[in-house]
Design a protein around this ligand. Structure first.
Ligand code: HEC
Ligand code: HEC
Length: 256
């Protein structure tokens, strides 16, 4: 009796796992999505990173993810009617800049997303995966809180090279002056950086920072990658957290 109940349970669980037609691709696409997590989060509680949150992106007007600062050409494309379908998204991933140029018929159009996904199958798979994360998706393919957390954790060990992540950074005025970012960065600064930098640190342990002389990208690079006796912080902080530290270092209220 107990055994048959057990078998029954397995059968039910197995039937729940029988996913819609795109399941095969979506599963492969979930792996491909690891190439995206350095810049994109997905699922419950996902936050914007270098790129916008991608939950529900299929069916969404381009350039309208909440609270994310898009490039102007992406916003324009959305206003002109670009809605993400699986097909369009797969096309976009091949070369975001070229895609926007074609779509807007403007050879000067630009994309904030520098990453390109060259492999055809990876593109269609990851598009299927994103479709499986939308509101219309079968409930059994929704990410659990655990998965969302795993995605977050993976974001800290991206498969992109260190140089790729550094090259992908851009800091808009709006980002750098957002009080939310500055406040978060300030906390990290006092919790960590003042061990070596700043008036309370042992003199000579680290140079006094001269933020006026640094481009934000330079500060990001030093913090993400380290330099000589300055440790690398990329295993301690996420890309987004390091960006917040940069916004504090560049803020008028920064105290070196
Ligand atoms: C190096 C960082 C980076 C990587 C890696 C990256 N993206 Fe992006 N992505 C961005 C940025 C930045 C934008 C915003 C583009 C703009 O505003 O022009 C974006 C935009 C998008 C958009 C448009 C979203 C919207 O709301 O209109 C989609 C879809 C997307 N990315 C999918 C992906 C997928 C899938 C991958 C992995 C295969 C990926 N991206 C990898 C940075 C990245
Ligand atoms: C363990 C000590 C230590 C900690 C902690 C530390 N740094 Fe540094 N940092 C250094 C040293 C040493 C240098 C000088 C490296 C060199 O140029 O040889 C440096 C250099 C830098 C520079 C480049 C300065 C220049 O003028 O070239 C920046 C920017 C910087 N640190 C930011 C930070 C931030 C932000 C944090 C906190 C996340 C931090 N550091 C934490 C030791 C530290």
């Amino acid at each position: 009796m107990l055994k048959s109940l057990y078998m029954f349970t397995i059968a039910v669980v197995a039937s729940l796992l029988v996913a819609p037609a795109f399941a095969q691709d979506a599963t492969a696409g979930e792996k491909t999505f690891k190439k995206c997590v350095a810049c994109h989060a997905i699922g419950e509680g996902a936050k914007n990173k270098v790129g916008p949150v991608l939950t529900d992106v299929i069916g969404r007007q381009a350039g309208t993810g909440e609270g994310y600062q898009y490039g102007k050409d992406m916003v324009l494309a959305g206003e002109k009617g670009l809605m993400w379908t699986q097909e369009l998204l797969a096309e976009y991933l091949e070369d975001p800049k070229q895609f926007l140029r074609d779509y807007l018929e403007d050879s000067g159009a630009n994309s904030k997303m520098s990453f390109k996904l060259k492999d055809d199958k990876e593109r269609t798979d990851v598009a299927a995966y994103l479709a499986s994360q939308g509101p219309d998706a079968d409930a059994s393919t929704q990410p659990t809180a655990d998965q969302a957390q795993a995605n977050e954790a993976e974001a800290e060990t991206p498969e992109m090279s260190v140089e790729d992540v550094i090259a992908a950074q851009e800091f808009s005025e709006a980002y750098l002056t957002d009080p939310k970012n500055i406040e978060a960065g300030k906390e990290f600064w006092y919790a960590q950086c003042t061990h070596c930098h700043g008036f309370k640190a042992y003199p000579g342990k680290a140079p006094k920072l001269k933020p006026a002389k640094y481009k934000p990208e330079f500060v990001f690079k030093r913090v993400y990658k380290g330099f000589k006796k300055m440790p690398a912080w990329r295993d301690t902080y996420t890309v987004e957290e390091i960006r917040q530290i940069v916004s504090y270092v560049k803020a008028p209220g920064f105290s070196p």
